[in-house]
Design a binder for this molecule. Structure first.
Ligand SMILES: Cc1cc2nc3c(=O)[nH]c(=O)nc-3n(C[C@H](O)[C@H](O)[C@H](O)COP(=O)(O)O)c2cc1C
Length: 224
């Protein structure tokens, strides 16, 4: 039972990485083999529109034909039982490396043929992990819309694979020392309280989501 976590955050050890770590622990304690990949460490870009994945009879039909730092991972992800995609929210959406990776991973499988058949060899369980500065309320009112950018990525993942479970951390703590930064827009004491009291619950929710994904995969494998 193999689960990949694609961490689309640039900062090691910060909020997104910690959410990934909790998800990974939940999944591995439920019996999965988990591999976390930091996308900012790879050398790759988004789709080049070469259309090798759509070339009839071509050697890369239904697979991304562009070779770079994402190639091996795209192949590995296509054979995985579970996929989790994590990102800090930047300008209301996911970070560019995660955007590029999801673009390459899903586009290869979404055929241009009649009825747009889906060519993915497996239907892995999926999850999206977001961390953001804003509150849950603002997220619900502004980011959580059916035709917004986050839903757009989730829809493509749902078409290529399975509908993703969503896990969020809100009101994240962004600096080690707020007093050193131009950050007067926030109340540092309130942020610190949230980090102490609420972030652990969000980490726990990520742990539970990881365990749930592993349990779902187990149940699927047993019934196959
Ligand atoms: C370039 C940039 C853009 C951001 N845009 C948003 C945003 O649109 N909405 C939001 O809630 N937070 C935004 N944030 C805050 C981060 O999403 C948030 O602090 C996140 O938890 C950081 O994750 P990390 O600690 O793993 O780096 C932004 C941060 C940066 C650096």
């Amino acid at each position: 039972m193999k689960i990949y976590i694609f961490d689309g955050g640039p900062r090691k050890g910060w909020n997104t990485a910690q959410m990934c770590g909790s998800f990974a622990r939940g999944a591995s304690e439920a019996g999965a083999e988990v591999e976390t990949v930091r996308l900012y460490d790879l050398d790759f870009n988004g789709c080049r529109s070469c259309f090798a994945c759509k070339l009839k009879g071509g050697p890369s039909f239904g697979r991304c034909g562009w070779r770079d730092g994402a190639t091996d991972l795209l192949a590995a992800a296509s054979q995985a039982d579970g996929l989790a995609f994590a990102s800090p929210v930047y300008l209301g959406t996911i970070t560019p490396p995660l955007h590029a990776f999801i673009e390459r991973l899903t586009f290869q499988f979404i055929s241009y043929g009649k009825g747009y058949p889906v060519l993915s060899p497996k239907k892995p369980e999926t999850a999206m992990i977001y961390t953001m500065n804003t509150s849950e309320r603002y997220f619900d009112e502004h980011y959580e819309c059916a035709d917004g950018p986050l839903a757009f990525f989730e829809n493509f993942i749902g078409r290529a694979f399975t509908k993703p479970e969503r896990v969020c951390a809100f009101n994240t703590y962004q600096f080690t020392d707020y007093s050193k930064y131009d950050a007067g827009g926030w109340d540092e004491t309130e942020k610190a309280e949230w980090k102490k009291n609420e972030f652990p619950k969000e980490l726990r929710a990520a742990y539970d989501a990881g365990a749930r994904m592993a349990e779902k995969i187990k149940a699927k494998q047993q019934s196959a």
